[in-house]
Ligand binder design. Structure first.
Ligand SMILES: Cc1ncc(C[n+]2csc(CCOP(=O)(O)OP(=O)(O)O)c2C)c(N)n1
Ligand code: SF4
Ligand SMILES: [Mg+2]
Length: 320
């Protein structure tokens, strides 16, 4: 059974948008953690849609923290439990969106991981500050159109590649780092269970489709997240006690266009077909190629991705 409907930790009635990947992931993570758990939740969509005053969907102790400090709040709860001799009995889970985690809360998160606090931190990565109207975060992908990285005649949108947050977390030498996806939602609960079986600091990042910010069909939430993995732009893996375990590769790697085209945030890349756009698309394809090579070796990189890398190298030579 993947879901115990009779004993839900996150109960129905929350007010997320239709097809919200963050809500699906949160429901599965909460259920896998169980209600012998104390949750600290940074502000952001997940906090807002589960706790609309005066109601709450939480069937477990839950604390609303500030935007930047859910990891510090979770650490405080852990030390209080430890002081009372209950640290092994009740687990502590902190969470936040990509903005809360990779940008504004990174210092609190780093501190908790460095101290070795026995908490699980979960980042809901929908790739922008969605709750306040789709602003760019450090986890927004290259060329995504957001309100603070708008595409237009002078710009292809967000001009920086996504920050590699999981590797920043791995650099803290913590015993568990995991990257999951709502595209493979059945794998989320087992990942949480593997993490929770380990004492010490644990970090889980889940790729969650946001139909509002990505401008995608709410019925395609799972499909979209799958395409992100299948094109190589969103690698999925676990690092357990230092051992890297990439998710098994898809049967075939697909070109990044198949993932980007159905999304309104990348529509500007498909409006016209000239050399500038082709080069930009090659840049994105090259990011996917680098990911595939990093986790599965050079032989796994498909020819079309190698061609994109060659195109970029050629363009760089021409401008040198
Ligand atoms: C210090 C501070 N700055 C800004 C805000 C406003 N704010 C609340 S939620 C939010 C965006 C959250 O983005 P993210 O963490 O990615 O979560 P999402 O809504 O995308 O799930 C912002 C900017 C705040 N609450 N506190
Ligand atoms: S804006 Fe996005 S993340 Fe927020 S509730 Fe809607 S679909 Fe979910
Ligand atoms: Mg976000």
């Amino acid at each position: 059974m993947i879901f115990d409907y009779a004993n839900r930790v996150l109960k129905p009635g929350y007010t997320s948008c239709m097809g919200c990947g963050e809500a699906l992931a949160m429901r599965l993570v909460a259920q896998a953690c169980g209600n012998k758990c104390i949750f600290a939740n940074a502000t952001g969509c997940s906090e807002i849609f589960t706790s609309r005053y005066p109601t709450s969907s939480w069937n477990a102790p839950w604390i609303h923290s500030l935007f930047e400090n859910s990891a510090a709040v979770a650490s405080g709860v852990y030390y209080a439990l430890k002081h009372k001799g209950k640290a092994g009995e009740v687990s502590v889970v902190a969470s936040g969106g990509d903005g809360a985690t990779a940008d504004i809360g990174l210092q609190c998160l780093s501190g908790a991981m460095e101290r070795g606090d026995d908490i699980l931190y979960v980042c809901w990565d929908n790739e922008a500050y969605m709750n306040t109207g789709v602003q760019r975060s450090g986890l927004t992908p290259l060329d995504a159109d957001t309100t603070t990285s708008p595409s237009g005649s002078a710009s292809f949108g967000n001009d920086r590649p996504k920050k590699d947050l999981p590797m920043i977390m791995a650099a803290h030498n913590i015993p568990y780092v995991g990257i999951g996806s709502v595209g493979y939602f059945r794998e989320i609960a087992p990942m949480v269970k593997r993490a929770m079986a380990i004492r010490g600091p644990k970090f889980l990042q889940i790729h969650v489709t946001c139909p509002l910010g990505w401008r995608t069909d709410p019925a395609k939430t799972v499909d979209m997240a799958r395409l992100a993995f299948e094109c190589g732009l969103y690698p999925l893996y676990e690092i357990i006690r230092g051992e890297m375990k990439p998710r098994r590769a898809p049967k075939e790697w697909i070109p990044v266009e198949q993932y980007l085209k159905p999304q309104g945030r990348f529509r500007h890349l498909f409006r016209k077909a000239d050399e500038t756009v082709a080069l930009q698309m090659a840049r994105i394809q090259a990011l996917a190629a680098a990911n595939i090579r990093k986790f599965y070796g050079d032989a796994a990189v498909p020819q079309f991705a190698k061609d994109a890398e060659a195109k970029i190298a050629e363009a760089a030579k021409a401008t040198a």
